[in-house]
Design a protein around this ligand. Structure first.
Ligand SMILES: *[C@@H]1O[C@H](CO)[C@@H](O)[C@H](O)[C@H]1NC(C)=O
Ligand SMILES: *[C@@H]1O[C@H](CO)[C@@H](O)[C@H](O)[C@H]1NC(C)=O
Ligand SMILES: *[C@@H]1O[C@H](CO)[C@@H](O)[C@H](O)[C@H]1NC(C)=O
Ligand SMILES: *[C@@H]1O[C@H](CO)[C@@H](O)[C@H](O)[C@H]1NC(C)=O
Ligand SMILES: *[C@@H]1O[C@H](CO)[C@@H](O)[C@H](O)[C@H]1NC(C)=O
Ligand SMILES: *[C@@H]1O[C@H](CO)[C@@H](O)[C@H](O)[C@H]1NC(C)=O
Ligand SMILES: *[C@@H]1O[C@H](CO)[C@@H](O)[C@H](O)[C@H]1NC(C)=O
Length: 792
């Protein structure tokens, strides 16, 4: 929610070569020289964090460093050759895309099926499966169980091994409508695939026919554009009686009453069924009796939209999907069409509307997709399910090239390791593999993982549940239509490292635990969950991820379909370590904590920028804490109080839709945010709606509107603000913290500062030079004094 007026106006730039956009130098009240120098520093820091990326071309272009007014050379600061390659194990079973399942599985006689290889390995003493060069199109999800424990599945060192969830089409393109600038071709795909929602041509996405068009195609962010303005549509109100009555549950047990916030979020509360029947399980905080916090009211969605699309009316409206932002752009909903009145352009929504947790009577900006009449722009495709014909508006002249590959993402999950807490899958290692072409999951069941603003689907190209010591090392997750990695339920010490995520439909990595809110959860099929809903508060039964590490990864261009997507999101998950990653170009917050379950997380040494490119508020990091949970994380004994979270030595740039770099929203508590370089945003530190125990210290906060805006706290739960170097665009310090505010160095344009109380806890001077700010920042980031030099 917009708790603070946006002080900075960003005029985004589009880089010609890459579908990436960088921070803009045109920020009100900020010298262009600072913006440029800061971006160069980000480039240096990113290369330092991930030396294996060499010149890190995508980072360079995302920071817009090839521009005329802010230019630096694209060059590597490290020796990329030093990146170690895995060794080829001696006792492996070999798999090749053109192997034979009757072969011996040796390097010279590889088999073809990865599943067969892992099953043979499980029943022998071989512990390695090596995939050879090429694309392994999976006929089915690769399943790993407890019996596969100890197995390494790796791409042959030095080879390019792709594991694809797609089906390669056999095509014979015929001209369909090739007139003037129209260049539409058709091919028969009957019997090959049933539904084509995604199409990859030579490994890049084509765009499902839509209105309004995307000038750069699906993989290039349109920012706030390429939508029909919400106010041009007429929204059919929610049907409040559609699913019958909601059942409220509020935990009134005194020992579960969180006493440390001032009348905010003291009790665990949920509502079951009612309008939350769109979720599976049908439960949400936003259906509870008293949902509270920023902009709070009970969940609902509009039940239809009337809009006269210029290329309508549509003959086969049942094919359409309407993508609708929730107003204020907190998440987007996808709706199928149940009914369509072609005379009035009145769509009644069918399935969908469950892709976010926050409701509204009306929709926000929207677009339509999947109807033949909208096939009017280069790069678009339309699949007619009735006739099995695939139409492509080829982006080029003449027919689509005969040697191009056309892949339709089909499998939602590529690797599924599923065990239980009592019989876990242990010590699996995935290494040197590229995962591609998993199918879309945005119409699959979604749940509300806890009381943040999120809804999630429990899917991922790589899915983990009931695992210990799962390691993903040196893998690439590219052009997956859902999430990259889903760490679901019981998982201990899962590690994802030295891996790269790009062009994803959903999140890069999501970690999502369980508590028993309902008797049944589709994520734990066949298990009768005990003590629901009373056990909804109770996270002591271990069914959640702990000690998940994501380190030395890059992630970019995520959330192409589901806009409430992050590089890392966690819910009912504790002790995560998010270290040394480089994240940029996402539609919403970069790293998101959906609740305060357990705590003990560490977020450090990350470079995060160009988040919230298409949405409203937040910043590189966002958190909520609206639902208290009982866990043993803090002391080993059940407690309603979480362990502190640490956010340190990060370089965050809040360059789109800026609110705060670290947005501690509704009730967030127990944060140590220190030694970071935090650039832009309305304020350096935030707490609201009962948020407390927030310590912001020794940070460099560059060009923020004001220093802090926090709410009242009760005794023993106070906030602190000290030792910070705060460069402000305004002159008001913000909230007064008395003696808990000290040793800060404030800088304002005219060297004056206004405070609501006698002191503001520090010194005041005029805006420092760029170099003075960078000197302070480099100390936090461990960079040598020369901008271009790196300490490795
Ligand atoms: C991750 O990167 C850091 C900083 O470059 C480095 O010190 C560390 O060894 C790396 N860790 C792994 C597991 O590669
Ligand atoms: C071919 O495309 C043009 C331009 O979009 C359109 O006017 C015409 O009606 C189309 N013809 C057919 C047969 O669909
Ligand atoms: C069409 O191809 C051109 C040249 O490769 C590219 O610049 C453009 O973005 C593409 N358009 C779409 C809509 O994909
Ligand atoms: C909150 O205070 C009440 C009344 O003093 C007490 O019974 C309860 O145990 C406290 N809750 C917690 C989580 O400590
Ligand atoms: C669209 O249809 C719905 C359902 O029949 C109706 O309630 C609504 O009033 C209609 N909207 C308009 C603008 O006609
Ligand atoms: C993963 O496999 C388990 C066991 O077969 C199954 O119950 C579960 O639904 C699968 N998960 C996904 C996301 O496909
Ligand atoms: C949740 O249900 C599972 C399965 O029945 C059970 O093992 C577990 O103890 C329950 N958790 C709580 C906190 O009651």
């Amino acid at each position: 929610m917009f708790c603070w007026p946006l002080l900075l106006v960003i005029v985004p730039l589009v880089s010609a070569k890459w579908p990436l956009r960088g921070p803009s130098p045109h920020v009100d009240g900020v010298p262009a020289s600072f913006d440029c120098g800061m971006r160069k520093l980000a480039y240096t820091y990113g290369k330092k964090l991930l030396p294996r990326m060499g010149a890190f071309e995508s980072l360079y272009y995302a920071l817009d460093l090839n521009s005329a007014d802010c230019h630096t050379d694209l060059k590597s600061d490290a020796h990329v050759d030093d990146v170690p390659q895995p060794e080829l194990p001696t006792d492996a079973i070999f798999v090749s895309p053109d192997g034979d399942d009757l072969a011996a599985g040796t390097i010279s006689a590889p088999i073809r099926s990865v599943q067969l290889a892992v099953d043979v390995a499980a029943s022998s003493n071989k512990k390695n499966v090596v995939l050879r060069d090429g694309t392994h199109y999976l006929p089915d999800t690769l399943y790993l169980e407890a019996k596969h424990s100890g197995l390494t599945i790796m791409g042959h060192p030095g080879e390019k091994v792709e594991v694809s969830g797609g089906t390669k089409l056999k095509v014979a393109w015929k001209a369909y409508n090739v007139t003037g600038s129209t260049n539409i071709w058709v091919t028969d795909v009957k019997g090959q695939v049933n539904d084509i929602r995604g199409l990859q041509i030579n490994g890049e996405r084509a765009t499902r026919a839509r209105y309004p068009n995307l000038p750069g195609g699906l993989e290039t962010s349109c920012g706030y554009g390429c939508m029909v303005d919400s106010k041009n549509g007429k929204w059919t109100p929610p049907d409040f009686n559609k699913y019958g009555k909601v059942k409220y549950y509020t935990d009134e047990i005194p020992e579960h009453h969180r006493n440390n916030t001032e009348n905010w979020f003291n009790n665990y509360m949920i509502g079951v069924n009612g309008l939350c029947s769109v979720y599976d399980p049908p439960v949400s905080y936003w259906c509870s009796e008293h949902p509270s916090g920023g902009g709070a009211f009970a969940f609902r969605t509009p039940s239809g939209l009337t809009y006269d699309f210029p290329n309508g009316p549509y003959v086969n409206s049942e094919d359409a999907t309407l993508f609708v932002w929730r107003p204020a752009r907190w998440a987007n909903w996808m709706f199928e069409v149940a009914n369509y009145d072609s005379k009035t352009g009145n769509f009644t929504f069918g399935r969908g509307g469950n892709q976010g947790a926050r409701g509204s009577n009306e929709g926000g900006d929207f677009f339509i997709e999947g109807v033949m009449e909208e096939l009017d722009n280069p790069g678009e495709f339309f699949h007619d399910k009735r006739t099995g014909q695939l139409y492509l508006f080829h982006n080029g002249t003449g027919a689509p090239p005969a040697d191009a590959t056309f892949v339709v993402p089909q499998k939602q999950v590529l690797v599924n390791a599923s065990g239980t807490q009592w019989n876990p899958v242990k010590n699996i290692r995935l290494q040197n593999l590229k995962f591609s072409a998993s199918a879309f999951t945005y119409m699959m069941p979604h749940g509300v993982p806890s009381a943040g603003d999120w809804a999630l689907d429990r899917y991922g190209a790589v899915f983990l549940q009931g695992t210990e010591n799962y390691l993903i090392e040196g893998c690439t997750f590219e052009r997956l239509d859902g999430n990259g990695v889903m760490v679901s339920g019981y998982n201990r010490d899962a590690t994802i490292q030295n891996s790269d995520f790009a062009f994803l439909g959903g999140n890069a990595v999501a970690a999502w635990g369980y508590t028993n809110e309902t008797d049944f959860d589709p994520g734990r099929p066949g298990v009768k969950l005990e003590n629901a809903p009373a056990a909804g508060v109770d996270g002591t039964d271990g069914e959640h991820p702990r000690r998940t590490t994501v380190q030395n990864c890059s992630a970019r261009e995520i959330g192409l379909y589901e806009k409430q997507s992050s590089f890392f999101i966690q819910a009912k998950t504790a002790e995560s370590r998010i270290l040394s990653n480089v994240f940029f170009n996402g539609p919403r917050a970069g790293i998101n904590a959906n609740d305060g379950f357990g705590g003990g997380d560490e977020i450090a040494y990350n470079l995060v920028f160009s988040t919230c490119r298409e949405s409203g508020d937040h910043g590189p990091f966002n958190s909520w804490d609206r639902q208290p949970f009982l866990t043993t994380v803090r002391t080993g004994k059940p407690s309603m109080i979480m362990q502190w979270r640490e956010i340190h030595h990060n370089f965050f740039i809040d360059n789109y839709s800026p609110q705060e770099d670290v947005d501690n929203d509704d009730g967030s508590c127990y944060y140590h945010t220190h030694d970071n370089f935090l650039v832009y945003g309305g304020q350096a530190m935030k707490n609201d709606f009962g948020g407390h125990s927030n310590h912001h210290y020794n940070n460099v906060d560059a060009y923020v509107g004001q220093a802090l805006g926090v709410c009242d706290t009760i005794k023993g739960q106070e906030d602190y603000f000290y030792g910070n170097y705060v460069v402000m665009t305004g002159t008001g310090v913000g909230t007064c913290l008395d003696e808990r505010m000290h040793d800060n160095r404030y800088f304002t344009p005219d060297g004056t500062i206004s405070a609501g109380c006698s002191g503001f806890g520090g010194t005041i001077a005029e805006t420092p030079s760029d170099e003075a700010i960078f000197t302070e920042a480099r100390k936090k980031l461990g960079l040598k004094s020369e901008v271009e030099t790196v300490v490795i």
